[in-house]
Design a protein around this ligand. Structure first.
Ligand code: ATP
Ligand code: MG
Length: 364
């Protein structure tokens, strides 16, 4: 059996604590003969700054390129608030996304029945929720040029950000969404502001043409981003796959995350373009940050991190049954009443990071 190469970047804050739980799951998969995993470790964020004065070393970037997938836990924290902008912890994350060409960010929002009461919405609105938000990650207003602050004199300045999208960028993210929909509920909701933005107009035109040409079997609807923000908290179960640009995707996926109970529950995948063999560069990480307020206490929820391992199995290693098994194991321990502090709700007690990891391993 050939081995899958994983680069593990535990990072900062609760990162190392939750990464250790992900490693337990990977060790079990290896023991059970599901696949062989070769894990290399690297440094990113504050940890890389403390060791080498950079946000990620060239050596670790090389290993990221050589790996079948990167598994990252979290970066940042108040300790590095004063470090120069170019080597701030988040720069490590952005470098990885940019250099690996990770243009598609997949954020599933799944509400496990056992947690439906932890959501900010009524149980019937979220119970059984299973949607996938696909966010374009390398274009749009976060990167478009010009991007500047111009001094106009007399105390006046002008700040400029530019939203730019080209046909190929919209097409490739649209394709990711349609392919995902075919394996799920067969429905794509594409979100833009075609009524007021040129880039939104092109977005809609390109997605519509792609649908007609290659994905007519999938149901497609268009929804303005403001309307979608409203519908997400009104009746989120109407959605299957939502595809949108970088800015709207940033906001809508954070909004969707709150339907599921806790930030500590949400995994993510960031994927690049397929090569000749259909292999994509990929990075998997929890949606949450380094949670400095609880770091070192052993109370962080490892589920988002373990779920990210599940996404790696599904999207990088073509092991969908093993990925299903991880999701089922998470659902199983939750159904048994196991809770970390962030999802405790009215439960009588909560368990540690490692106890949650061990329970998921046992269930698996
Ligand atoms: P970033 O800027 O890196 O996205 P953030 O400021 O959004 O970070 P997080 O680090 O994600 O913040 O934390 C937000 C809140 O959620 C904190 O109170 C944190 O303790 C909590 N939190 C985040 N992740 C987890 C987790 N895995 N388990 C428990 N609580 C968590
Ligand atoms: Mg955040």
């Amino acid at each position: 059996m050939s081995a899958f190469k994983l680069l593990l970047l535990p990072g900062d804050g609760i990162g190392p604590e939750i990464a250790a739980e992900a490693e337990k799951v990977i060790a079990l998969l290896t023991r059970a003969g599901v696949a062989q995993f070769e894990i290399e470790r690297g440094l990113v964020g504050g940890a890389a700054y403390d060791a080498h004065g950079v946000a990620i070393s060239e050596d670790d970037m090389k290993r990221a390129h050589a790996a079948d997938a990167v598994l990252l836990a979290a970066v940042g924290g108040p300790k590095w608030d004063g470090v120069p902008y170019d080597v701030r912890p988040e720069a490590g994350l952005l470098r990885l996304r940019k250099d690996l060409g990770l243009f598609a960010n997949l954020r599933p929002a799944i509400c496990y029945p056992a947690l439906a009461d932890a959501s900010s919405l009524k149980r019937e609105v979220v119970d059984g929720l299973d949607i996938m938000i696909v966010r374009e990650l390398t274009g749009g207003v976060y990167f478009g040029e010009p991007k500047e602050i111009v001094d106009l004199g007399e105390g006046q300045k002008r700040a400029v950000d530019t939203q730019v999208y080209e046909t190929f960028e919209i097409e490739r993210i649209g394709r990711v969404a349609f392919e995902l929909a075919r394996k799920r509920g067969n429905k794509v909701t594409s979100s833009d502001k075609a009524n007021v933005m040129k880039s939104g107009y092109l977005w809609r035109e390109v997605v519509t043409a792609l649908h007609k040409r290659e994905y007519a079997d999938v149901q497609l609807e268009h929804m303005l981003a403001d309307a979608l923000a409203m519908q997400l908290v009104r009746w989120p179960k109407q959605f299957d796959v939502v595809v949108t640009d970088n800015l709207f995707g940033d906001m809508l996926s954070d909004e969707a995350s709150m339907l599921t109970g806790s930030l500590g529950m949400l995994p993510s995948a960031s994927l690049g373009a397929p090569d000749e063999k259909g292999k994509r560069k990929a990075m998997y990480e929890p949606c949450h940050g380094s949670a400095p307020d609880i770091a070192g206490k052993g109370v962080a929820n490892p589920i988002a991190m373990i779920g990210s391992v599940g996404m790696a199995l599904r999207y990088s290693f073509d092991l969908p049954k093993a990925a299903d098994a991880i999701e089922a194991a998470i659902g199983g321990v939750l159904a048994k009443g196991l809770r970390t502090a962030d999802i405790k709700g009215n439960a009588p007690s909560s368990v540690s990071t490692s106890a949650m990891g061990d329970a998921i391993v046992a269930e698996l």
